[in-house]
Design a protein around this ligand. Structure first.
Ligand code: C2E
Ligand code: MG
Ligand code: MG
Ligand code: MG
Length: 279
């Protein structure tokens, strides 16, 4: 189609592709160097039990502390890390860091780590989880691994075997971003998840859309019947929290309590119920 638009457009199009490819190559080189320079850091966001209002866990969220560009969000580098396979190294780094940080927290506080679908294609996944637990001394039951539906979409036999092995080690498995994919209910039948994380999009529309309330009600009800913990993501207001409490949602996570913060702020996040100001 670019060709049919005339020669000038075609060349412009090619140049555009080139610039993108080059930007991608630069970012890839930067990512590799950043791994060498140790510029990645896990930040932590508290997850609270709605009924007791206590912090029960923290989710590890990766940040790239770039010397010139400042803190870079994972949405800006995880996709390329996945394409290039660098996510394997990054994933192991987060796992090790999260487990050794969590080992210093009170015994009843868990840690949740996000796993990329690419990590499930790596035959070393079980070994790296085992190693992270052993080296840190963290009890397996305190570790939660968050996966999205897309993990179950690929090579599902091998993936299910891996999930069952992790489960057998005592690690808990959460289904992240629930409701954003295609056939969420069948996934709940294919693997006995410990937790469903209701995607932020449903929570943010709670005050303005009746159907979001109905969806939250349905998912928390489903969780109750199946014996699965439900966690609402992206809770930003007291009104949202009140509604979640009324609907019997088990846990809540969001800026209402705190943004993700460095490990050095965990003690403060445990002491102070709300840290709304930005990190
Ligand atoms: P996620 O696992 O669904 O994480 C929740 C995201 O929502 C985080 O974004 C968090 O900072 C943000 N969030 C939490 N509360 C609120 C709120 O009240 N309002 C709003 N607007 N946002 C809130 P973040 O840290 O930018 O991470 C984005 C995504 O990147 C994560 O989504 C996860 O899919 C991925 N990610 C982060 N760390 C890792 C990692 O270590 N490994 C892998 N594979 N993926 C990661
Ligand atoms: Mg997550
Ligand atoms: Mg999520
Ligand atoms: Mg998400």
């Amino acid at each position: 189609r670019a060709k049919a638009d005339g020669r000038g457009t075609y060349r412009f199009f090619e140049t555009g592709m080139d610039a993108r490819a080059q930007a991608r190559r630069l970012l890839e080189m930067d990512l590799r160097a950043a791994l060498q320079r140790d510029e990645f850091q896990a930040y932590y966001q508290p997850i609270r039990d709605v009924a007791s209002d206590r912090v029960v866990a923290f989710e590890a969220l990766l940040r790239w502390n770039h010397p010139h560009r400042g803190l870079i969000s994972p949405i800006n580098f995880i996709p390329l890390a996945e394409e290039t396979g660098l996510i394997i190294q990054l994933g192991e780094l987060v796992l090790r860091q999260a487990c050794s940080d969590a080992a210093t927290w009170p015994n009843d506080i868990g840690v949740a780590v996000n796993l990329s679908p690419v990590q499930f294609k790596n035959p070393n996944l079980i070994a790296s989880v085992t190693e992270a637990l052993e080296k840190s001394g963290l009890a397996a039951r305190r570790l939660e691994l968050e996966i999205t539906e897309s993990v179950l979409l690929q090579n599902s036999e091998a993936t299910l075997t891996t999930l069952h092995e992790l489960r057998a080690m005592g690690v808990r498995i959460s289904l992240d971003d629930f409701g954003t994919g295609y056939s969420s209910l069948s996934y709940l039948r294919s693997f006995p998840f410990d937790k469903i994380k209701i995607d932020r999009s449903f929570v943010s529309e709670l005050a303005t859309r009746e159907d979001s309330v109905a969806i939250i009600r349905a998912v928390t009800g489903l969780g109750r019947s199946l014996g699965i913990v439900t966690t609402a993501e992206g809770v930003e207001s007291d009104a949202q929290l009140e509604l979640l409490r009324r609907e019997g949602c088990t846990q809540a996570q969001g800026y209402l309590f705190s943004q993700p913060r460095p490990a050095s702020d965990v003690a403060m996040m445990l002491e102070r119920p709300r840290l709304r100001a930005s990190a």
